[in-house]
Design a protein around this ligand. Structure first.
Ligand code: PEP
Length: 252
């Protein structure tokens, strides 16, 4: 049984004070559900979030980590650092990191290994650009991104991975993939995992959809059999909208 995972990605929004205010409000309106709720906050907000969410089952994650344990890597954040602040997850290879910060399939793979080694769940983001969708290469490209991210990952460890299908053209644009488009690619992702690791493991891996998910479209997307949750940017910044999406996942 896969438990739905609804994760907020705050991107570069909210100061620590704003993060604390959000979490205090969120824990008031959040109802304990059968859904796992996760907030991926900026690294500097994690301490405030961790304090404000104490005593709840709302989970915390980072938006990026570096693959080396420690060292002379100015500006980077290590896995031990975010774990010390209560994180159990980190987004890896978000398209904004691939687009603006030089993240590649190879660095994504290194981060996936480092996260799993340290007991952290990586949320591996994959997805095509509009140009790639129009060229008709979505399935090949996403299949390749999944294979590259998981290269060398053992069957035992791959169960800890979350894979988020995030079509780049749908992120922050207000354009959502239709439920059919999202389902088709999420099914391909599960088939790729099945091909690599077998049916039992493929059934256990959590696959999310991300790209302008909001209260009005969440239920339809989350009703698709291979979509086990959402990675939510804009709509996770307002506690009321984020809770509505969690409640929609709880109905499925
Ligand atoms: C994201 O940042 O992963 C995302 C899906 O953003 P948005 O929901 O704003 O499209």
């Amino acid at each position: 049984m896969r438990i739905p995972l609804i994760a907020g990605n705050w991107k570069m929004y909210k100061t620590p004070d704003e993060a604390r205010v959000f979490c205090e409000r969120f824990r008031e309106i959040y109802k304990d559900t059968d859904v796992q709720a996760l907030i991926c906050a900026p690294a500097v907000d994690l301490s405030a979030c961790s304090d404000a969410l104490k005593g709840t089952d709302i989970m915390l994650g980072a938006q990026n980590v570096y693959f080396e344990k420690e060292g002379a890597y100015t500006g980077e954040t290590s896995i031990d650092m975010i774990k010390a602040l209560g994180c159990g997850f980190s987004i890896v290879g978000h398209s904004e990191r691939r687009q603006y910060f030089g993240e590649t399939d190879a660095t994504v793979n290194k981060k996936v290994h480092a996260a799993l080694e340290a007991g952290l769940h990586p949320i591996i983001c994959v997805g095509e650009s509009l140009e790639q969708r129009e060229m008709g290469v979505t399935m090949e490209l996403v299949g390749m991104q999944v294979k590259a991210a998981l290269s060398g990952v053992s069957a035992e460890k791959v169960r800890k991975c979350v894979i988020a299908y995030e079509p780049v053209w749908a992120i922050g644009t207000g354009k959502t993939a239709t439920a059919e488009q999202a389902a088709e690619v999420c099914t391909l992702i599960r088939a790729t995992v099945r091909h690599l690791y077998g049916a039992r493991i493929a059934r256990s891996v959590t696959i999310q959809y991300g790209g302008s998910m909001k209260p009005s479209n969440a239920a339809e997307l989350l009703a698709q059999p291979d979509i086990d949750g959402g990675l939510i940017g804009g709509a996770s910044l307002k506690s009321g909208e984020f809770v509505e999406i969690i409640n929609a996942a709880n109905q499925e």
